[in-house]
Design a protein around this ligand. Sequence first.
Ligand code: ADP
Length: 571
Amino acid sequence: MIKKWFEIITDHRISLRERMFRIVTGVCMIAITFTLPMGRSIWNILILLLSLTAMTVIVKYSIRQKRIHLGATLIAMLLLILFPITFFSAGGFYSGVPEWFVLCFIYVCITLQGRRRVVFFGLCTAETMLCYGTAFYFPALAAPSSQHDALFDSAFSMIMVGLLTSILLMFLNKMYEEENALSQRQKKEIEELNRAENHFFSSMSHEIRTPINTIIGLNEIILREHISEEVAENARNIQGASKLLLSLINDILDISKIKSGKMEIVNVSYETGALFSEIVNMIWIKAKEKDLEFKLHVDPSIPSMLCGDEVRIKQVLINLLNNAVKYTSAGSVSLSVRCERLGVNRVRVWYSVEDTGQGVKKENIPYIFNAFRRVDEGRNRYIEGTGLGLSIVHQLVELMGGEISVNSVYTKGSTFIVSLEQDIVDEKELGTFTLASRSRVHEGETYRQSFEAPDAHILVVDDNDMNLMVVKKLLAETKIQIDTASSGAECLRLTQNHHYDCILMDHLMPEMDGIECLHALRVQPAGLCQVVPVVALTANAGSDNQLLYRREGFSGYLAKPVSGALLEAAV
Ligand code: ADP
């Protein structure tokens, strides 16, 4: 039985309260059992036996019924009744009973909670004072025993209470240590789990990006060919769908990064015209598909080059514009950009995305920026969405030090306004930027390689054959001579005998990864590419990677899926 009791009080699946209750009540029952032989009269012994039986019943009942607090209260009441009786029958303060009052205080302190604990503390104190007072003023009630008995009782009780209290403290200490060790273990497990989750998200993103790279790359090759309008339309649709899939993966990756505090803002110089062109190119076609009018108003005085996190600004605006198109069935979607001078070198840019769609109910507005929260579910059931977009937008705008606000009238439309402060890189004004001028450029646009370099010789290192093929095809028009290596070891074999003008290196490869390979390349004995520029070309996405690869010694960084234009620019 004692073994079982031990097992129970060390079993973490049982609540801490129940285990404390078992320990303290067990100690009290042991104390009463030890006092039995000390009973001065048969009545005394009978009362102690009765109390023990009552305690056993209460303990069993309260544990079975899971009413631990009630059980503890009943036992505290029993002790409050038992101790005065034994006090007066055993000889008042010339007996060993006063020490047991201490046990009653300890019992109340450990097993009761809240108001009940306060009340019982009061009762214990009142009872102790009452017993002592009565024994003082009516000494006859506390029939004194012989000095020999009194000394013996007192010493015995002192040792018993001392021992039992120490055992109790030892138990509680052990329990505390075990609970502490358990919570430390759990904390480590949670950290491990978080790490595993982040690792899962980034490797999932990496794994999905690799085939998307092939789809987008080969699709670009198809679009470069002289093909019928129907095939071109299909290829453009494939391009749109692949990009959507990519944005979904990016959303999940971003949320996990923001959650773990790893999202970094990378400010770079960018051309405002190029940024708006790219955004508009992605959105106007979607608006057209839904027969919505797309309106664009760009302040001509906006500087042609600014410094900001171009990637994240684009992400924010595309997200808002996608939503505007998604939640609008008739009318228009518009993007307005306005700029306000703040100082010599600084501007505040206001981006406003307005639609004539379904709007958001006033009571739902506070929730639309919450992750995984979609509002007005009944109406939105058939509209694709995860509820992640606006949460990411909100957190990105905050990370960039900007502000976002929303005005919405249910059934009439919404306006999302983002303001961001940025440094001016080139004062030259952007000038007139309209949809008409932009789409003329777009329509006339056919692929033309940006350079030809038949004498150049480059090496592409990637463990995935498809990726190697995509790079070769995307660079084919430049006439560069391209060698490929499918591992770090093969790369080092080739660089032993050939000089290359540039190396494009994948990061995650089995056995030797791209970073290890680069380091080996730099110190390769008699190697011919020790100082050649090496550009990371990886599906390991993330804005902070730019920093990582630079620190490791790469000359540049390209994220897969990569377009022909970007590849040519890097080479
Ligand atoms: P979702 O993937 O559901 O679009 P978001 O985080 O982008 O997730 O948006 C959250 C919710 O805010 C949406 O479910 C939608 O109800 C509402 N919402 C967002 N943008 C608009 C808009 N332009 N018009 C109406 N409702 C919108």
